[in-house]
Design a binder for this molecule. Structure first.
Ligand code: DGL
Length: 308
């Protein structure tokens, strides 16, 4: 564990300080994977707030309070040099506040990828799936207005989908993937959006506006077919993290002779959860091929309102 730092960072952290990454649960592991590729020489501390998930249906006040608490914890107990909010819902609710409160900390949020979707869609009809919290926010409305001049966005809040994905990691992979709750919810919500395909008037693109949804990619692909492009935000968020760290002069130096295609390995990763340790271990193993030894219970107190 790194030396504790002030809750309002004022001194430059060391190059070797870890980057903090957090999500309401295991969804942010998809962003962590992109970060491991983009920044193979960095250390990462990942916090899954699964004990308080899902955020998407809990309201802004709760999400803001949790985001603040987790940011302070990662600064004080882990001495992070940057924070990636690997959660669209928490970014929507709290990133502006947190930027004002922590001006010295490079802070990177995630937002549904409406801009790349509008630029690449050929039919100019784009589906967007995200949590209720994200799609009902002013920030999301601004994003739609900004990129909606030539594209019609079809938006669906997906209550329960992040929870179903979260819970699916606690059980072994199903023999029949078409019989899971995740598949049923994907079918329900994409069905509500309308017709997908590459013909005029159809949605040829689906934006995954929640970091959990990439883990339902196979279900979505099976439902929508091979021609519909699925867009997530892991890689652009990782590139933005690199840019901000470089601008702040905080990038870890590349070791001499490091291979070009390196990937941050288990020794550089500390994964923690406020919920089920077995679920985090299984998610880390299933999706990131990481050993269970990378995972531990979060070293922080649970709020009195947890699971309230
Ligand atoms: N993974 C989160 C997101 O990107 C939210 C899931 C949830 O807790 O509802 O929005």
């Amino acid at each position: 564990m790194s030396a504790p730092r002030s809750a309002t960072p004022s001194q430059a952290p060391s190059f070797s300080a870890p980057i903090g990454v957090f999500d309401s649960g295991i969804g942010g592991l998809s962003v962590l994977q992109a970060l491991r590729h983009e920044l193979p020489h960095e250390r990462f501390v990942y916090l899954a707030d699964s004990g308080n998930a899902p955020y998407g249906e809990r309201g802004d006040d709760f999400v803001i309070a949790r985001t603040r608490t987790i940011a302070q914890h990662l600064i004080q107990a882990h001495g992070i040099k940057a924070l990636v909010i690997a959660c669209n819902t928490a970014t929507t609710a709290a990133v502006s506040l947190l930027r004002a409160e922590l001006p010295g900390l490079p802070l990177i949020g995630v937002e549904p990828a409406l801009k790349p979707a509008s630029l690449s869609s050929q039919t100019h009809h784009v589906g967007v799936i995200a949590t209720r919290g994200t799609v009902s926010s002013q920030r999301f409305a601004r994003l739609v207005a900004e990129h909606g001049a030539h594209t019609q966005f079809h938006v669906q809040a997906c209550d329960g989908l992040a929870r179903a994905i979260e819970q699916s990691t606690e059980v072994p992979l199903p023999a029949d993937p078409s019989a899971t709750e995740t598949r049923a919810l994907c079918a329900l919500y994409t069905g509500m959006l309308g017709s997908f395909g590459v013909k005029t008037g159809q949605m040829d693109t689906l934006v995954l506006g929640c970091t959990h949804y990439i883990f339902a990619k196979d279900d979505l692909r099976a439902l929508l077919g091979p021609e519909v492009q699925l867009i997530d935000t892991g890689a652009p968020v990782a590139r933005q993290t690199r840019r901000l760290l470089a601008a702040a002069g905080h990038l870890a130096p590349e070791p001499a002779g490091a291979p070009a295609n390196a990937l941050a390995g288990p020794a550089q990763l500390q994964l923690m959860t406020t919920g089920s340790l077995a679920a985090l271990q299984s998610g880390a193993q299933r999706w990131l091929q990481l050993p269970a030894t990378c995972c531990q219970a979060a070293d922080m107190e649970q709020p009195a309102t947890a699971r309230g």
